[in-house]
Design a protein around this ligand. Structure first.
Ligand SMILES: [Zn+2]
Length: 261
C-alpha cells in the first residue's frame, strides 16, 4: 500500500523531470510556466497533466492537434516511480557505507526524502547529458548542496572520509579529462562525481566508478560493433555514471562482504 503511494509520488516527480529536462537546457522557466503541447503549443488542461493517467486518457495523442505524444514521457513516469519504490526498499535493507544508509526514526525519513531528490536530479542529468551532451551546473550544485546538508545532518565522525571520497572521485575523473584531452571525460562528469562521491563514501565510490566504466565500456563496444559510432566518437559519460550509481545502491552491500578482505 505504502509502496503504491511512493510509486505515484515518483511518477509525479517523473512528470516534473520531463518538464525540467526539456526546458532547463533552453533557459525556459520550468517552475511557473504551465505545461503545453510541444507541437501546437496549446496549454494542457489539468486532467491531461495527471502522471500516467493523462497519457492513457489521451491514448498517446494531443487533445488539440492530435499529434502523437512521445512515449518517453510515459516511460519516464514509470521509471521514476519504480526508482522511488527501489529507494524505499534500499533504505530498509541496506548495510553499506553511504551517507543515506543505516538511519532510523526521523533520520530514515530525511534519508528517504533526500534520496527522492537525488533520484530526480540524477535522472534529469541522465536525460540532459544524453540529449545535449552537457551536465547543467545548476543541477550539480543543487546535488552538492544536498550532499553537504546530509554530511552536516548525519555527522557520524567520518566527515573527512566522505569529503575525501568526493575529492578522490572528481580528481580521478579530472586526471582522465586531462589525459584524454577532454575527449573521454567532460568537466561536467568531473563536477558531478564530487557530490556523488560524498554521498556514497569511499568504498561505494570506488565500486561506483568501476561499475560506471564497465557499463560504459560494454555499451560503447556494442555501439562500435553495431557500427553506430566510430572509434573517436564522443559519447556522453553522465548516463553511465547515473546507471552506475543505481547499480551501486542495488548491489554494493552484497559484494562488500568479499570486498572487505
Ligand atoms: Zn498539440
Amino acid at each position: 500500500m505504502l509502496e503504491s503511494l511512493i510509486f505515484i509520488l515518483g511518477s509525479c516527480f517523473g512528470s516534473f523531470i520531463s518538464v525540467l529536462t526539456s526546458r532547463l537546457p533552453k533557459g525556459e522557466d520550468f517552475v511557473f510556466k504551465p505545461s503545453y503541447c510541444p507541437q501546437c503549443k496549446q496549454k494542457l488542461i489539468w486532467k491531461h497533466n495527471i502522471p500516467l493517467l493523462g497519457f492513457l486518457l489521451l491514448r498517446g495523442r494531443c487533445a488539440f492537434c492530435h499529434k502523437r505524444i512521445s512515449y518517453r514521457y510515459f516511460l519516464l513516469e514509470i521509471v521514476t516511480g519504480a526508482l522511488f519504490v527501489f529507494a524505499s526498499f534500499y533504505l530498509k535493507f541496506c548495510q553499506d557505507t553511504s551517507l543515506l544508509c543505516n538511519k532510523s526514526g526521523y533520520e530514515h525519513f530525511i534519508s528517504l526524502l533526500s534520496l527522492f531528490v537525488i533520484i530526480t536530479i540524477l535522472v534529469s542529468i541522465f536525460l540532459i547529458d544524453y540529449d545535449y551532451m552537457i551536465i547543467p551546473d545548476e543541477l550539480v550544485f543543487f546535488l552538492l548542496g544536498v550532499s553537504i546538508l546530509l554530511l552536516i545532518l548525519f555527522n557520524n565522525g567520518f566527515l573527512y572520509s566522505y569529503l575525501f571520497s568526493g575529492f578522490l572521485a572528481s580528481n580521478f575523473l579530472l586526471l582522465l579529462h586531462f589525459v584524454t584531452g577532454g575527449r573521454g571525460m567532460g568537466l561536467g562528469d568531473v563536477k558531478l562525481s564530487l557530490p556523488v562521491g560524498i554521498i556514497l563514501g569511499l568504498n561505494g565510490t570506488i565500486y561506483w566508478l568501476m561499475v560506471s566504466f564497465v557499463v560504459g565500456g560494454i555499451f560503447s563496444a556494442f555501439l562500435l560493433f553495431a557500427k553506430k559510432i566510430k572509434l573517436r566518437s564522443k559519447i556522453a559519460f553522465g548516463p553511465f555514471l547515473v546507471i552506475g550509481f543505481f547499480i551501486t545502491l542495488a548491489f554494493f552491500d552484497r559484494l562488500s562482504y568479499f570486498y572487505q578482505f
